[in-house]
Design a protein around this ligand. Structure first.
Ligand code: GAL
Length: 572
């Protein structure tokens, strides 16, 4: 494919600073046993067919279908709420501490078929698998941010938010597999980034937040095929060249999550014609996805360091990890081993190859040896040290303890029903106490307010991976039943304020007491949005989004964050 599309690609990138392909040596894929690409068919799609990519979709459109010039934020919108929590810690944050609000393209943009965009896998499942998203939600309109971004960014500015973490929709840039860049999609992000900068807000850009173009899924199984590495690298280069003023990049958001989706979706009712997986079983899907994700990330970083930084100056780049911090429930040696095992399977899966030795953790190798792809020596050195900082989406944690049959379980190769985890998750402490305040029960079951595990998780990542610095690109909370509240009730989000209060104060202790180089925390999310499979049924926003009138309102938590950083940031 690379050879086939190279001329087109060079043509497309000509205006963007000249393309290079990665040396072939990065593409010697050591396949696991049983893995073959032979049944993967060649693409029949081409750029000319972009509009046809939406055949069979009934795309909904909002009433606003052009970029709107912003209105001033009314003064009374900035009237602070009553009863704010006092801020009286003696520590201060460094003057260059990064803070801001985050979002992701699919979850907020809408305008899914505008300006030549093609469908992503999430558009596809939303439209084609009934009930896969709650209430058959789609991403078609979402918050209409694609057209409202100027207004949305004026609100950040009014609240004094210095950083905004955004993601790019890959299928706006490469809607098809032709290798041709969709200029309108690219221009949109250039405009967005320029608008942020003009308004004094620094962009943090993530290249991939789970929304691979459907065309790549149809063609070769998306993250399941080695070809994705080159396609992602090409896409990354286009974005780096187009947005040279962006100095903080994340290649991938949470490969732990999207590779688990690759494992799970087919078992959760997504038919193969909607999400083709080319005969791979779920374990293969999970680990092959992870392997290709690591190589794609590392290839993008290689491009960034060798082509982009020499031309445009130094930036920082990493990828965002998703894991719950899972300390040992007790001091027993089995519980301690169970905790290590648990962290290996989540943080270690992507962390060890990048931060430690270019290898997967031994416990993963023991479990999925036959399935786990292997890195060549050259790939190891490509992957190792392929970040400038460690990024953890630090939402929550909970203890784990060894399963009753722990020692036989770990070697049981499937004979124990507890295998391969061999540990139990604990959410209740002695005295029958919950580990922390629960988030939106029934929709965000994984999430508890656990500031202690937030702090311990960061200390653990700091000592385990020994990165140069740590940034938290996402952390946030969904208030229980917020979606059933009136706008006024939802805006008075004291539970979210409490979460932010507890977590943000940990940052002060991490820096001053634990001596961690924690450089930033970004809150999820700028406003309520489409929470993936939960659709609009839960809310994570620091601003309330009224979907009936497409209007945005600051919540109390937005003011809390502003006040926290006004108070604790060391001034120039
Ligand atoms: C993160 C994810 C976000 C958002 C958030 C809240 O893991 O990156 O897209 O959904 O969780 O659940």
């Amino acid at each position: 494919m690379l050879v086939r599309f190279l001329p087109l690609l060079l043509l497309a990138l000509g205006g963007l600073g000249g393309a290079q392909v990665l040396p072939n040596r990065f593409y010697n894929f050591t396949s696991p046993a049983n893995y073959s690409n032979s049944n993967i068919t060649n693409a029949t799609t081409s750029y000319q067919r972009v509009t046809n990519l939406w055949d069979g979709f009934q795309v909904a459109r909002g009433t606003i279908t052009h970029v709107v010039e912003p209105l001033p934020i009314a003064k009374d919108e900035l009237t602070p709420p009553p009863n704010m929590k006092p801020l009286h810690c003696q520590y201060r944050l460094p003057k260059d501490f990064i803070w801001g609000w985050a979002s992701s393209a699919s979850q907020i943009e809408g305008a899914v078929d505008a300006d030549g965009r093609g469908p992503s896998v999430w558009d596809n499942v939303a439209h084609k698998v009934p009930g896969f998203l709650k209430k058959n939600e789609t991403f078609d309109i979402a918050n209409n941010h694609y057209y409202m971004y100027k207004q949305d960014f004026q609100r950040l500015k009014a609240m004094g938010v210095p950083y905004y973490s955004m993601t790019i929709s890959w299928s706006r840039i490469f809607p098809s597999d032709s290798g041709e860049v969709n200029k309108a999609g690219l221009q949109h992000y250039i405009d967005e980034v320029n608008y942020l900068l003009e308004n004094g807000i620094q962009p943090i850009v993530t290249l991939y937040h789970w929304d691979i173009p459907q065309v790549l899924q149809d063609k070769y199984g998306g993250w399941l095929d080695r070809k994705v590495v080159q396609d992602f690298a090409n896409y990354a280069r286009v974005m780096f060249e187009a947005l040279p003023k962006v100095k903080l990049w994340l290649t991938l958001n949470e490969p732990q999550v999207f590779c688990n989706d690759y494992a799970d979706w087919p078992d959760e009712g997504v038919p193969d014609h909607v999400f083709p997986t080319f005969g791979l079983n779920s374990t293969q899907r999970k680990y092959i996805c992870g392997h290709n994700a690591l190589l794609a990330h590392a290839s993008a970083v290689h491009i960034y360091r060798t082509e982009i930084e020499p031309k445009y100056g130094k930036g920082k780049i990493s990828f965002a990890n998703s894991w719950d911090y899972t300390p040992s429930y007790s001091n027993s040696s089995e519980d301690i081993l169970a905790s290590e095992r648990s962290l290996d399977f989540t943080a270690g899966w992507f962390g060890q190859p990048v931060y430690i030795d270019g290898e997967y953790p031994q416990s993963i190798r023991d479990v999925v040896y036959e399935t786990l792809p292997r890195f060549t020596e050259e790939e190891k050195s490509l992957v190792l040290n392929s970040t400038d900082f460690y990024a953890w989406d630090g939402y929550t944690g909970h203890p784990v303890r060894a399963s009753d049959d722990f020692s036989s379980c770990v070697t049981s190769q499937g004979d124990s029903e507890n295998w391969p985890e061999c540990f139990d998750e604990v959410f209740t402490l002695p005295g029958d106490w919950l580990i922390g305040n629960r988030a939106d029960v029934g929709v965000s079951n994984w999430l508890y307010q656990t500031p202690r595990y937030f702090r311990e998780g960061i200390v653990w990542a700091w000592s385990h991976f020994k990165p140069l610095e740590i940034i938290i690109p996402e952390s946030g909370f969904s208030v229980w039943k917020e979606n059933e509240m009136t706008e006024a009730q939802a805006r008075y989000d004291d539970t979210r304020v409490s979460y932010l209060h507890d977590y943000l104060h940990q940052a002060l202790k991490l820096i001053h007491e634990d001596k961690v180089k924690l450089s930033g925390i970004i809150a999820w999310s700028m406003y309520d949005n489409i929470e993936w499979r939960q659709g609009r049924d839960t809310r994570f926003g620091l601003q309330y989004f009224d979907y009936n009138h497409m209007k945005v309102y600051f919540k109390k938590s937005a003011f809390y964050m502003r006040d926290f950083f006004n108070h604790y940031m060391t001034q120039e």
